[in-house]
Design a protein around this ligand. Structure first.
Ligand code: SF4
Length: 197
């Protein structure tokens, strides 16, 4: 993975970037810089695999609907100082692509707390925006649909998107962040390991 080129592309688009080789190093980095803050988490297997909630809640208030499900908790996270999430995919050319069912992550990464951190395992990196979108639809969404027990064709068959019209369709809002939104700061934290899906 040519991280130097990928990081340069994101930095050209206004993001700051970090690169770590292990998930433990990511947790240590964030635990050092985040203390006495209110932190909202996006729904994320990556964050769960990092064990980041447990690490950060020692010295912060962490709001995460994976721990207390419901829309109210998602709305509460919008009042946080900091937002931490992953993404369904990023492009080597420096864009973030996400698909949401409720839209909380799309909203929070575009018009959320002033500072957003986005933790990205190497499996989330696609060559360009088109490939990143395809990854969202044909890899991340079917696995997420299966994870939440959605009765969608992608969850049942598990191989690709069928562009369904199921009531439990999880693909309802798509965002492509091409540049850091005005008024926000966003850091991409690359981890040279497979994390989440
Ligand atoms: S549109 Fe439907 S079939 Fe396609 S990934 Fe989303 S939930 Fe699955």
């Amino acid at each position: 993975m040519e991280y130097s080129r990928i990081r340069a592309n994101f930095e050209r688009h206004g993001f700051t970037t970090q690169l770590f080789s292990t998930k433990e190093a990511v947790c240590s980095y964030l635990a050092d810089i985040l203390q006495n803050r209110t932190i909202g988490f996006g729904g994320s297997e990556t964050l769960r695999e990092l064990g980041l909630f447990e690490v950060l809640q020692e010295k912060n208030v962490v709001i995460w609907h994976n721990k207390i499900p419901g829309l109210a908790v998602r709305k509460l996270a919008s009042c946080a100082d900091i937002y931490i999430t992953s993404a369904n995919a990023v492009s080597e050319t420096g864009e973030i692509v996400n698909i949401d069912g409720t839209g909380n992550r799309v909203a929070m990464t575009a018009f959320g707390p002033q500072f957003c951190y986005c933790v990205i395992g190497k499996n989330k990196i696609a060559a360009n925006v088109s490939d990143a979108y395809s990854r969202c639809k044909n890899v991340a969404a079917p696995l997420n649909a299966r994870r939440v027990g959605a009765k969608t064709p992608c969850a049942v068959k598990g191989d690709k998107c069928y562009d369904c019209n199921s009531p439990s369709r999880i693909c309802r809002i798509i965002s492509i962040i091409e540049r850091v939104p005005l008024g926000m700061k966003c850091e991409i934290i690359f981890v040279d390991q497979e994390l989440g899906f």
